[in-house]
Design a protein around this ligand. Structure first.
Ligand SMILES: Cc1cc2nc3c(=O)[nH]c(=O)nc-3n(C[C@H](O)[C@H](O)[C@H](O)COP(=O)(O)OP(=O)(O)OC[C@H]3O[C@@H](n4cnc5c(N)ncnc54)[C@H](O)[C@@H]3O)c2cc1C
Length: 404
C-alpha cells in the first residue's frame, strides 16, 4: 500500500543543506555587489562548477530523484542566497531542459556538456523563444527556419528577445517556425553551436531585478545550421507536423505538459526569495525597538509575519505536489503545475513587499537586501508564463472551456 509522508529523505536533506551552505557562504555575501555591477558573476559560476552544483551531473542527479522534489529543494536554497546569481547559475538549465525534452540521445550526449563547459572554463547556454511580437502568444513567432533542399542545412532568420544568457552563451537553443500555417504546432527547436556566423546580440537589457543574470536580444541573420542541429531529427519533425496538419491535439498537449513539468522548479525559486525576505523581516522585527518595545510585539507586525510564513508554506506544498505529480506521471487535470508557479510568484511579491514595510525606511534603503528581494520577486509573475497565462491554464483545465 502506498504510504503518505511529507518527511524528506536523508539524501534530500543532505542536498538541501549542502546547497544552503553554498548559498550562505558564497552567494549571499556576493549578492549586493553583482546586483550593483549588473554583470554575469563568472567567478561564482566557476565556484559552483568546482563544488559540483553547476554541471550536467548535478542536474542528472536531481532529476533522478523519484519524488521529483530534489531540484525544487536545490532551487529554493540557491535562490534564498540570491535570485540574480541563482539565475546566472541555473539559467543554463532552461536550454538543457529543452535539449532533454526534444533531443535525441546522441544530441544529448554531444551538446549538454558543451552547455556547461567544465570547472576550469565554465560556459552557459541560452534558450531563445520569446520574440518582440511573440511573448505570451508563442504561436505568433516570426523567426523562420527554412530547409535548404540542396544541402539539407537549415537557415534561420529572425529576432529573439529577453533571452537569459543570450549572446554570452556557448550554445543557443532557438525555436523557429518551420510551417507558419500551423502556428505553435508548426515550430521546431534548433541548436546553434558556438561561433556560428549570423547570430549576434547587440543589446543587453537593463532590468529592475535579477540583475546578475544576463538578459539580451538575439538576432539571427541567415544562420546556417547542419541537419544534425534540428533537435529530435527530421523524422520526428515530419511525424509531428503530419499530426498537426490533421488537426489532432496530441502535440500541443505534449508541449503543455513540458511547461507544467518545469513550472514547480520556477515556483521553488520564488519561494527561496520569499523565505529570505520573511526570515530577514522576522529577525529585524525582534530587534527593532519603537515605543519602548520590539516592533514584533505589535499584532500588526506579528500577524503580517504569520501571514508571510503561512503563505510561503502553502506555496511550497503546491510546488512539491506538482513536482511529485510530474515525476510520477500523474495527469495535471487542474493545471497543478501552473497553480504552483502562480501561487509561488504571487506569494514572493506579497512577502517581499511586507518585508520592506516591516523594515520601514531601512527596507527602502539599499543598505538592506529586502529591496533587492522585492525587485527580484517581480519577475516571477512575468517569465515562464505570466500569472494571467497560468490562470488561463488552470481555468481551461477546470472548466473544459477554451477561456480567452
Ligand atoms: C528577466 C527575464 C528573463 C527571461 N528569460 C527568457 C528566456 O530565457 N527565454 C525566453 O524565451 N524568454 C525569456 N523571457 C521572456 C518572458 O518569458 C516573457 O517576457 C513572458 O513570456 C511574457 O511575454 P511578454 O513580455 O511579451 O508580455 P506579453 O505577452 O505582451 O503580455 C503583456 C501582458 O498581457 C497579458 N496577457 C497576454 N495575453 C493574455 C491573455 N490571453 N489573457 C490575459 N492576459 C494576457 C500578460 O499576462 C501580461 O500581463 C524572459 C523575460 C525576462 C523579463
Amino acid at each position: 500500500m502506498a504510504e503518505f509522508s511529507l518527511d524528506l529523505g536523508e539524501d534530500q536533506r543532505e542536498l538541501r543543506d549542502w546547497v544552503h551552505g553554498f548559498a550562505e557562504a558564497t552567494v549571499r555575501p556576493a549578492a549586493a555587489e553583482w546586483d550593483e555591477r549588473e554583470e554575469t558573476p563568472w567567478p561564482i559560476i566557476q565556484e559552483a562548477a568546482k563544488v559540483g552544483l553547476y554541471g550536467f551531473e548535478f542536474l542528472a542527479n536531481t532529476w533522478a530523484d523519484p519524488t521529483g522534489l530534489s531540484l525544487c529543494l536545490a532551487s529554493e536554497e540557491l535562490f534564498w542566497g540570491d535570485a540574480g546569481i541563482g539565475m546566472a547559475i541555473f539559467g543554463t538549465g532552461l536550454a538543457v531542459a529543452a535539449i532533454y525534452a526534444t533531443g535525441t540521445q546522441d544530441q544529448l550526449v554531444e551538446w549538454v556538456p558543451q552547455c556547461f563547459g567544465d570547472a576550469a572554463d565554465p560556459k552557459v547556454a541560452a534558450f531563445c523563444s520569446t520574440e518582440p511580437e511573440a511573448g505570451s502568444d508563442v504561436g505568433a513567432m516570426r523567426t523562420r527556419a527554412v530547409r535548404d533542399e540542396a544541402t539539407g542545412d537549415w537557415v534561420l532568420n529572425g529576432q529573439k528577445t529577453f533571452a537569459t544568457n543570450g549572446g554570452i552563451a556557448d550554445v543557443h537553443v532557438v525555436t523557429a517556425s518551420v510551417e507558419p500555417a500551423l502556428g505553435a504546432r508548426g515550430q521546431a527547436t534548433f541548436l546553434v553551436p558556438p561561433g556560428t556566423r549570423g547570430l549576434s546580440s547587440p543589446r543587453k537589457m537593463r532590468k529592475l531585478g535579477l540583475r546578475a543574470s544576463h538578459t539580451a536580444d538575439v538576432y539571427l541573420d541567415d544562420v546556417r545550421l547542419p541537419a544534425a542541429c534540428l533537435l529530435g531529427g527530421q523524422e520526428a519533425l515530419d511525424r509531428r507536423l503530419a499530426t498537426a496538419r490533421t488537426g489532432e491535439r496530441a502535440q500541443s498537449q505534449g508541449a503543455m505538459r513540458t511547461f507544467e513539468l518545469s513550472r514547480p522548479t520556477v515556483g521553488a525559486q520564488a519561494i527561496g526569495i520569499a523565505r529570505a525576505a520573511y526570515e530577514y523581516a522576522l529577525d529585524y522585527a525582534r530587534g527593532r525597538v519603537q515605543f519602548g518595545r520590539p516592533i514584533v510585539e505589535n499584532q500588526a507586525i506579528a500577524f503580517a509575519l504569520a501571514d508571510m510564513r503561512t503563505e510561503i508554506d502553502a506555496a511550497r506544498l503546491l510546488v512539491w505536489r506538482a513536482a511529485w505529480m510530474g515525476k510520477n506521471n500523474r495527469p495535471f487535470l487542474a493545471g497543478e503545475g501552473s497553480m504552483s508557479k502562480l501561487k509561488a510568484g504571487e506569494v514572493a511579491i506579497a512577502t517581499t513587499e511586507k518585508a520592506v514595510q516591516i523594515l520601514g525606511g531601512y527596507g527602502y534603503s539599499r543598505e538592506h537586501p529586502v529591496q533587492r528581494w522585492y525587485r527580484d520577486a517581480k519577475i516571477y509573475t512575468i517569465f515562464e508564463g505570466t500569472s494571467e497565462i497560468q490562470r488561463l491554464v488552470v481555468a481551461r483545465a477546470i472548466s473544459g472551456v477554451h477561456v480567452r
